[in-house]
Design a protein around this ligand. Structure first.
Ligand code: SF4
Length: 315
C-alpha cells in the first residue's frame, strides 16, 4: 500500500534517529502586516497586538528594530530557555536527542540581518540542534537575508516556511493578507534557486472558497519548487478580526467531514517528492472559538487515516 511521504518519515530516513522540531517564539518579532509597514491588524485569522492589549509590548519593542536592537540579549535568553525546556522534555519522555529549531511565531526574517544572524547561530549552538526551520512571509525576505540563508543552507539542514494560505487573490484580499499570490510564488522560486528548501503553508476553509478552489491552490503550490507542505483548517481564535466576523454570522467555519474530504483529495494529488509536515489544526487551548472539532486531534487523524485507507493509501 502506498504511504504518504510524511516529514517524520523523511527525518527518520535522513538522520537514522528520531528528530523533532522545537517551536520557538522570539519576543519582539512581529510582521509588516501588523506593525503598520504594510497594514495594521494583520491577517483576519491572526492573533496579534491590535486585538490583545497583553501583546502591546511586543509591538513597541519591534518598532525599535530599525538600527541597533536593544532587545537582542533578551531574545537570545528566551531562545535558549524555550529550546532547552522542550529538548529536556523530549529527551526525558521520548528519548529524542536531535532537534530542528523552528522559528514559528510571526515573521522570523523581519528584523535586521545582524539580529537574525545572532538568533539563528545561537539556535544552531544548542545541544542536539541539527537544523533550522524559519517561518516567515514571502515579502519579508531581503536580498541580504536570502544570501545569508543560502550560505547557511550549504552547511545545515535549513528550511524556510512560507505562509501561502491560498492562491486566489480574492481570498487573500478578503483575509487582509496584504500580498499577492504571484509575488509569493516568485519568492518561493527565488529561495529554491538559491538552494533553500521551502515548506509552503495552505489553509482550507478560507472565506467563500469552494473545494475546487482549495485543490487548485494545492495544484498551483505543488507546481512550485517546494520540498514540503503544511495544511490546516481555518479556525477562529480570540483576539482576531475573524472572531468578530464569526460572531456576527458572516463567517462559517469548515465542518470536519468537508475538511477530511478535501484534505484526502489534496494528499492524493501530492507528488511523492513533497513531504507533508502537518494536516491538523494544532490548537487546543482556551483561545479556540470555532470549530470545536479542531480540539480533538486524535479523532481527526483517525478520520483522515480511514478516508485515505479507503483510497489505498496509508498515512
Ligand atoms: S502574515 Fe502571519 S504574522 Fe503576519 S499578520 Fe498574517 S498570519 Fe499574522
Amino acid at each position: 500500500m502506498r504511504r504518504v511521504a510524511t516529514f517524520g518519515r523523511y527525518l527518520r530516513a535522513h538522520y537514522g534517529v528520531p528528530v523533532r522540531k522545537i517551536p520557538l517564539s522570539i519576543p519582539g518579532f512581529t510582521c509588516p502586516n501588523i506593525d503598520g509597514s504594510l497594514g495594521r491588524g494583520g491577517c483576519s485569522y491572526c492573533e496579534n497586538e491590535s486585538f490583545s492589549p497583553n501583546l502591546t509590548t511586543r509591538l513597541q519593542q519591534s518598532l525599535s528594530f530599525d538600527s541597533a536592537n536593544p532587545f537582542l540579549a533578551d531574545q537570545l535568553t528566551a531562545l535558549r530557555q524555550q529550546y532547552r525546556k522542550s529538548a529536556t522534555w523530549y529527551r526525558q519522555n521520548h528519548g529524542v536527542r536531535h532537534f530542528i529549531a523552528y522559528f514559528q511565531s510571526f515573521s522570523n526574517t523581519y528584523a535586521p540581518l545582524q539580529t537574525l544572524k545572532a538568533l539563528y547561530q545561537e539556535a544552531l549552538r544548542q545541544p542536539g540542534c541539527v537544523g533550522l526551520s524559519i517561518g516567515t512571509r514571502a515579502d519579508c525576505l531581503k536580498e541580504e537575508s536570502i544570501d545569508y540563508l543560502a550560505k547557511l543552507a550549504k552547511k545545515h539542514d535549513l528550511w524556510v516556511e512560507i505562509g501561502v494560505q491560498s492562491s486566489h487573490e480574492a481570498t487573500l484580499e478578503a483575509t487582509n493578507r496584504m500580498e499577492r499570490y504571484e509575488a509569493i510564488a516568485q519568492s518561493i522560486q527565488t529561495l529554491a534557486d538559491r538552494g533553500i528548501r521551502v515548506c509552503a503553508h495552505l489553509i482550507f476553509g478560507l472565506p467563500d472558497e469552494s473545494e475546487a478552489q482549495m485543490l487548485q491552490s494545492v495544484e498551483r503550490v505543488c507546481a512550485l519548487p517546494i520540498a514540503s507542505i503544511k495544511f490546516h483548517p481555518l479556525y477562529v481564535v480570540e483576539n482576531t478580526a475573524l472572531a468578530a466576523e464569526y460572531r456576527t454570522g458572516s463567517f462559517t467555519p469548515i465542518d470536519e467531514a468537508r475538511y477530511v474530504a478535501v484534505l484526502t483529495e489534496a494528499l492524493l494529488q501530492l507528488p511523492p517528492s513533497i513531504t507533508v509536515q502537518r494536516i491538523s489544526a494544532g490548537v487546543d487551548d482556551g483561545s479556540l472559538i470555532a470549530p470545536l472539532w479542531c480540539r480533538d486531534k486524535n479523532r481527526l487523524m483517525g478520520a483522515i487515516r480511514k478516508a485515505l485507507y479507503h483510497k489505498g493509501v496509508l498515512y
